[in-house]
Each structure stands twice: as C-alpha cells, then as structure tokens.
Design a binder for this molecule. Sequence first.
Ligand code: MEV
Length: 336
Amino acid sequence: MTLLLTACASAPAKTILLGEHAVVYGRPALAAPVSGRRARAIVSPAEPGHGITIYARDLDRCYPGAGGCVDGDGQFLQAALRIGLCALGCPSEDLDLSIEIRSEIPVARGLGSGAAVSAALMRALACSMKMEIDPALLSSLVYETEKLLHGSPSGIDNTTVAYERPVWFRPGESPEVIEVGAPVTLLIGDTGVPSRTRESVAMVRARRECDPATTDACFDAIGCLVARARAALEQGDLPLLGSLMIENHAILASLGVSSGDLDRLVSEAMAAGALGAKLSGGGMGGCMVALAQPGRTEGIIQALLKGGAVQVIRSHIGGTGQQTSGASQVQGGQHA
Ligand code: MEV
C-alpha cells in the first residue's frame, strides 16, 4: 500500500557559463540554473483501476504511464516515470495516478528542458509519497533519462538542474557548488533554431577522430578558461569572467559548434555593453548567454532582439531574484 498525495514540484532550466563540449572529454565546466524558467509536474491520485496517465500540456499530448504506441516525447516521459518509481521502490502496476507536466523552458535550445522535466516529475513523485530525493540521487536518476536523449552526456545538465545552484562540474568527480562573489545578471538570447546536442557532440567527436591533437588542445584551453572563470565568479570579478566567456566562444566557434545566428547575437550583445557573451549548450543553434553590465541590461536585451533573438530570458545568480527549488504537497489522496 502506498499513500499518495497530490503534489507538485518544479525544476529550473540550466545555462552553461563555460566549458561545454570540453566537459564531455573530462574537462571541468561551470553552469548555473536559469532563475526565470522552470518545468513543473503535478502528481494526483486517480480513480482505482485508472492506471497512470501523463498529460504533457505544452505538447497537448496524453500518454499512458507505460507501453502503448507513443512518440519520442512519450517514451522519454515514460522512462522518467519508470526510473523515478523504481528508485522510490514503488512498482507502477500498483498505482492510479494522473501526472501533469508543464514547462516554460524552450525545447532543444541547450537549456536542459528534458533534464528539468525529469527532475520535476521525480521530485513530484517523491513528494506525493512523502519521500525526499536529495540532489545527488536526483541528479543520478535524471542522468539515466539524459542518456536516452543525448547518448553519452557529460552529466552537467542533470547536475545543475538537480542542485539548483551554480556548479563546478567535472565528469567522475562530485560537483562543487559555487558561491558567487557578486550578483550576476545573465541574458539568454534564443536564436529560435533548434540545437541538437546529440548531433553537435557527434560532430565534435568526428573532428577529434580526424585531428586529436588540435581538438584536445582546444579542450585543454577551455579547461584553463573554466578554472580562471571559477575564481572570477567566486571573487565577483565580472569583467574578467566576461572576457573569459568571449575567449571560450572563440574556441567553440573554431570547433565548429557556433552558427551565424549565435555569432551575430554574441557580437550584438558585446556592442551593447555586455561584459562577455558566448554560445551556451550544444550550439549549432539554440541559445547564447551574455553577461550583463549593471545599467546596460535593457540596451543589451533590445540589441539581442534587434539582432534576431526570438526571446531573451533574464537569469540572476546570487543576490535577489533567484528562485528556489520546490516540491509541495497540495492535499491528501488515495491508498493504492
Ligand atoms: C550540453 O548541455 C552540453 C554538452 O557539453 C554536452 C554534454 O555535456 O553532455 C554539449
């Protein structure tokens, strides 16, 4: 018998400050949750015999909890559900549940929307059973679903989404939460073009197979930038952080994962007074991130929109304006 309560939970988008792609090859990376965009899951008890239904509101789709002839999104949600329930020690056959998923995170833009949806769903499941999932466990469970989406991801997306704090991440090591020395405002410009992480990672892999020495030298250079950026972030040296982001963008462009749209938005942000800017995530589309200089935020947003960004998302690290993680029970429910 499992006591189920109606519960809702959420998880944030993520942005990579420095280090994408090189992190797949063991170098460190810095990432942070996006304060303004979250995925949400509501788990409620359903009528006995109903089984489990997952409503993906943004897609206007409804999936069974397991099986059926479902599309890729349905398979992903079913996998997240299966992995979450298994970790909670609760077989799905015993449950009658209605699960609703909503997300404010643009899909396929390098913002970790899949990881955030999985994390929100697993948190809501745990909360509905009056259980808790700590960030390390949540991260490892979400990683299992990330593998379905991205093949062999580094683990940075699930880590950032689960810890909901700026993190120093290196594959195979425990993530370190970073305390920032000064509030940071990030402006995330969305090119409107899907970023297919699996493809960009495969492209970099092919490049490395052809020219391992040059590609590894790029990864090493990125790793050095990330180490310096960590110190800059901790000391609140935002001009230095910004200049390291620009250097990182140049190396990513040399690896072939930028695009004309991303380069243009990076240039527009810099011309409008950003301290730094770079693509963020898999690249080849998706989003770029600009480090705003106090007093220049509105001008940078306008420049990004004029330069073709379909939307600009503000995100804050440190100071006020940071949302916290959340899982809450709403009301009592059923015994299944
Ligand atoms: C994706 O958000 C970041 C990449 O480095 C891939 C990964 O780390 O798995 C491109």
